[in-house]
Design a protein around this ligand. Structure first.
Ligand code: FAD
Length: 384
């Protein structure tokens, strides 16, 4: 069979997993081309460690992706601008790339402009520069009100904002200023991690309360006043003050996938095969939406992006080799939730369970804390 070109768009957690899997599964006559705009990768949850200062240098967790070319993956560092599914081609800033099979793994973009005042007032924890700016701001913080603000749903990693609150609390304790500070979380969610069910939410609310972290669910931010340092919720009837704002910005699909968006605003896929409605086009990770049995979407999380990447890669490799593809994503997932003081909780379960995800949350332990650090190392080692 003639050599085929499999293009992977996006060099994040999902795209790197997919490109590596494809290269392992397919002989060299087939091209695996990775197109991504960033020449480096870091495991996003390390932003939390940058924020606390545990990782003083924000670059310490970064790795160049160019080395993948030694594994036989063609790396193109360029911006994807559009995808033509009829002509089977991808337009980038510099060129056009034809493909036989495509995996779209372009993640989610941030749209802070959707909330007036967000960019001026908030430190964006979800970007490495924002996490570093938070490290500096926390080191200078002496007293006042720290607010962790989830602007909109959906957002990546349902646990990360709560981890941020636990860790901020601990940083302020260690500095000896916690008794002069308030820490509060505001979110549009009805409870922490609603997708995981009531019991998980209650366990997290208890952990927040034990640390004196105030929790304000069902709050939809309308605007932020960076001068008065207030956040307006709802129609503006509730105004709350802040001195330091840890922000989770609104998430939107990257403009390059505009032609592929489904009715739910993200790319719709077969929940098991990761195939889109477009011929030979698969999509994985944060750029997709998968409604679960109870109606909420599958969370945007790296653990799912990676598992879906393996599935998409195996299905494509089977077809390239003229075989029947039978690989299925089963909705299984886990997460470590850092609660500070050298402890992390662990959640695990099946998100495709009917009628609702069956998730168990294991109490915080030092073992899970250590496992999370080892996980980062393993991800970096396996992907780059
Ligand atoms: C602070 C934080 C903590 C987190 N903690 C966890 C955790 O503990 N567990 C977990 O499972 N998940 C966690 N996540 C979520 C996880 O990082 C994401 O869900 C995961 O990275 C999604 O993978 P992806 O490949 O879909 O997207 P991404 O990893 O975001 O990759 C998208 C890639 O596409 C590239 N790209 C975007 N647009 C273009 C374009 N136009 N042209 C070219 N390239 C482009 C980007 O540069 C990027 O390389 C966390 C996220 C954050 C921010």
């Amino acid at each position: 069979m003639a050599g085929q070109t499999i293009a992977v768009l996006g060099g994040g957690w999902g795209g790197l997993t997919a490109a590596n899997a494809l290269r392992t599964l397919l002989p060299d006559e087939h091209r695996v081309v990775l197109v991504t705009k960033s020449p480096t990768f870091c495991v996003p949850f390390s932003n939390l460690w940058v924020m606390t200062g545990e990782r003083a240098d924000p670059k310490a967790g970064e790795r160049p992706i160019q080395g993948l070319s030694q594994r036989g993956i063609e790396v193109v560092v360029d911006e994807v601008q559009g995808i033509d599914v009829l002509r089977k081609s991808v337009r980038t800033a510099a060129a056009e790339l034809g493909y036989d099979y495509l995996i779209v793994a372009l993640g989610a973009d941030y749209a802070p402009e959707q909330v007036p005042g967000f960019s001026e007032a908030a430190f964006n924890l979800y970007e490495s520069a924002g996490a570093y700016a938070l490290q500096v701001a926390l080191s200078e913080f002496e007293q006042g009100r720290v607010v962790v603000l989830i602007a909109r749903m959906p957002f990546k990693c349902p646990a990360a904002p709560y981890e941020a609150a636990f860790l901020v609390d601990a940083v302020l304790q260690i500095k000896g200023v916690r008794d002069r500070a308030e820490v509060a979380v505001y979110t549009p969610e009805p409870q922490p991690m609603p997708v995981a069910g009531r019991a998980v939410g209650e366990a997290l609310e208890k952990l927040l309360a034990e640390r004196g972290i105030a929790y304000f669910p069902k709050r939809s931010v309308q605007r932020i006043d960076p001068v008065a340092r207030t956040i307006a919720f709802g129609d503006g009837e509730e105004q709350v003050p802040f001195d330091l704002l840890v922000g989770i910005p609104p998430h939107v699909p990257p403009p390059a996938v505009r032609e592929l968006l489904g009715p739910r605003g993200w790319i719709s896929v077969d929940a098991e095969t990761m195939e889109t409605e477009h011929e030979r086009v698969f999509a994985i990770g944060d750029v997709t939406v998968i409604p679960l049995k109870h109606g909420l979407p599958l969370p945007k999380a790296g653990v799912f992006a990676a598992a879906q990447a393996e599935v998409a890669a195996r299905n494509i490799a089977a077809r390239v080799r003229g075989r029947v593809s039978s690989e299925r994503f089963d909705g299984q997932g886990f997460c470590y939730i850092e609660v500070a003081d050298g402890l992390a909780a662990y959640g695990d379960g099946n998100f495709y369970a009917d009628p609702a995800p069956a998730i168990t949350l294991f109490p915080p332990s030092y073992e899970y804390f250590v496992q999370k650090r080892a996980w980062e190392k393993n991800i970096l080692l396996s992907l780059l």
